[in-house]
Write a protein that binds this ligand. Structure first.
Ligand code: PLP
Length: 219
């Protein structure tokens, strides 16, 4: 696979579900990938990337930002409150807003900095104990809490359980978003982004299908 293959498959999936061309944003997930591979994708003109650790992003992206214009960086992994400021300075979007304490910290920092990245609320659609995210039953009230804090919530994000049919989770996320009037849906990875697009994904997070298998284990 390559960047070109993936963008072609996204375009096809958009057309198939009668969605406007360009309505799905491809976040190229560059976590743990060697810099040469990331640079190759930048040189092909792609600008939207995802990282799941603030520290790794902070080590990698300032140098790329000096060399390439218009980089759009998305944090897609868990965020500790003590790294929130760094994440807000570095990223254009944060997809992992998952608890009141983090929302309160982001709101305080946004006031102080006068700006805030686009935010997505992560929903633990599989209700998995080890997984981050707000439970589906608490999503509406958490969104209301974020809105009361003036946070720019653009949508919802989920990571379906590994061993379950992802479309059930995509459909659930879409349903929660619709009833809250949220347009953004960050869902779909290398193995299932076409299904996610069929169910309304606006942001797909694709790593290994673009860059190749990750060299080092993640967790
Ligand atoms: C790593 C990661 C991805 C990309 O996974 P691939 O299977 O390599 O496409 C997507 N979303 C999140 C939250 C991730 O951590």
């Amino acid at each position: 696979m390559s960047l070109q293959d993936i963008t072609a498959r996204i375009a096809k999936a958009e057309a198939k579900s009668k969605r406007p061309s360009g309505s799905v944003k491809l976040i190229a997930v560059s976590k743990v990938q060697p810099n040469e591979r990331v640079q190759a994708v930048l040189e092909q003109g792609h600008r939207c990337f995802g990282e799941n650790r603030v520290q790794e992003a902070a080590g990698k992206w300032p140098a790329f930002k000096e060399r390439f214009e218009g980089i759009d960086l998305h944090l897609i992994g868990p965020l500790q409150t003590n790294k929130a400021r760094q994440a807000m300075e570095l990223c254009n979007a944060i997809h992992s807003v998952d608890r009141p304490k983090l929302a309160q910290t982001l709101a305080r920092l946004a006031q102080e900095m006068g700006t805030c990245p686009d935010l997505f609320i992560q929903v633990n659609t599989g209700e998995e104990e080890q997984k981050a995210g707000i439970l589906p039953a608490e999503a509406d009230s958490f969104f209301a809490e974020c809105t009361a804090l003036d946070l720019p919530v653009r949508g919802l994000m989920c990571i379906p359980p590994l061993d379950e049919e992802p479309t059930l989770h995509f459909a659930l996320l879409a349903k929660i978003a619709a009833r809250n009037g949220l347009e953004g849906l960050s869902m779909g990875m290398s193995g299932d982004f076409e299904q996610a697009i069929a169910l309304g994904a606006t942001h797909v997070r694709v790593g290994s299908a673009i860059f190749g298998e990750r060299v080092k284990p993640q967790e």
